[in-house]
Design a protein around this ligand. Structure first.
Ligand code: TYM
Length: 337
């Protein structure tokens, strides 16, 4: 096909906050799904560092985690040649479009966001404006790149829906400025639950029930051995999230890392009980994460390489972002310089 008639690739975009060390939920709910589609799409993946300061951070830790996150992206299979990998704060257009979109996002909409309600309950001493208006910045992160799909875990769907409302409102006033993005949620692993409290999602705020990508294999094994299973009498491996949330969550994790169906898992562990199942899930997770941890540990030592990647990423991202921002500024009536 001639270059000039070749269909442009569809665009995929997503980000993760470097607010804690990357965990299994981030990997299964997001990163793995990005890697799987890397050839088909034009991809933008970033470290959402600007979002993290809605909660107080230790500056040196934030810097370390941002670079470690980039190393994990690459180690997971995101080739910097095929994916634009960048740090959000390096692309100033995010803050600028974020401001504009704040003015097209309603107080009532922001008040309904689950993440705001959760975080403001957890950080009562610091319910700041950024925490509240965060979804408008997230909409800017997305819309600057006009993506077709936004691959996220289940918990971020509400923010992508709000972004869609903003698109509808903005385009309703100014015409076709933004492309309507679709959330893209994985079939297995969209909602990984905590190993110690299977009614809560896996997150760094419950560290005993959370498996970190860079964690030592022996620590991961221990966490799975101690994972809460259910107090039902049958003690068999069966998928039933309402009555057996602990075992069902382990089955979800096992299914996500092995590609097996729930039926296959039930057959594999028939008659073996939880005692055999829990370490098997731990082993499967350890083997999935091992090559990523090893490669990320190597990359993290190579500061010059990482710098080359994030600089090139910021340059490419800024170019695309600037085009969208110019268009928006013109539409809303700002005088062009
Ligand atoms: P964040 O940083 O909380 O999470 C990053 C990604 O990991 C997914 N995830 C999970 N998936 C399954 N099970 C879990 N237990 C689990 N925990 C986290 C999340 O769904 C997400 O996909 N606001 C976003 C970051 C962001 C963003 C964006 C995302 C900022 N701008 C633009 C997409 C597009 C956030 O806080 O995700």
């Amino acid at each position: 096909m001639e270059d000039n008639v070749r269909q442009a690739k569809k665009v995929m975009l997503s980000g993760i906050q470097p607010s804690g060390d990357l965990q299994l939920g981030n990997y299964l709910g997001a990163i793995r799904n990005w890697v799987a589609r890397t050839e088909e799409f034009d991809n933008y993946y970033f470290m959402a560092d600007m979002h993290t300061i809605t909660v107080r951070q230790t500056p040196a830790d934030l810097r370390r985690r941002t670079l470690e996150q980039l190393a994990i992206y690459i180690a997971s299979g995101l080739d910097p040649e095929k994916n634009t990998l960048f740090i959000q704060s390096h692309v100033h257009q995010h803050a600028e479009l974020g401001w504009v979109l704040n003015c097209y996002t309603m107080f009532g909409e922001l008040s309904r966001m689950t993440q705001f309600k959760d975080k403001s309950a957890r950080h009562k001493e610091n319910i700041n404006g950024g925490l509240f208006t965060y979804p408008a910045l997230m909409a800017a992160d997305i819309l600057l790149y006009q993506p077709d799909f936004v691959p996220v875990g289940e918990d971020q769907k509400q923010h992508v829906e709000l972004c869609r409302n903003i698109v509808q409102r903005f385009n309703g006033i100014y015409g076709d400025v933004f492309k309507m993005p679709e959330p893209y949620i994985p079939k297995a692993g969209a909602r990984v639950m905590c190993l110690t409290e299977p009614d809560s999602k896996m997150s760094k705020s419950l560290p005993d029930g959370c498996v970190f990508v860079m964690e030592k294999p022996e620590d991961i094994a221990r966490k799975f051995k101690r994972a809460v299973t259910d107090s039902d009498t049958e003690r068999c491996v069966r998928y039933d999230p309402a009555n057996k949330p602990g075992v069902s969550n382990l089955m979800t994790i096992y299914a996500a890392v092995t590609g097996k169906s729930y039926d296959e898992i039930e057959t594999e562990f028939a008659g073996l009980g939880y005692g055999a199942f829990k370490p098997a899930v731990g082993e499967a997770v350890i083997e999935t994460l091992r090559p990523i941890r090893e490669e990320a540990s190597r990359l993290i030592q190579d500061k010059a390489y990482l710098e080359g990647v994030y600089r090139a990423g910021a340059e490419k991202a800024s170019y695309v972002a600037e085009k969208t921002l110019r268009k928006v500024y013109k539409k809303v009536g700002f005088v062009q310089r």
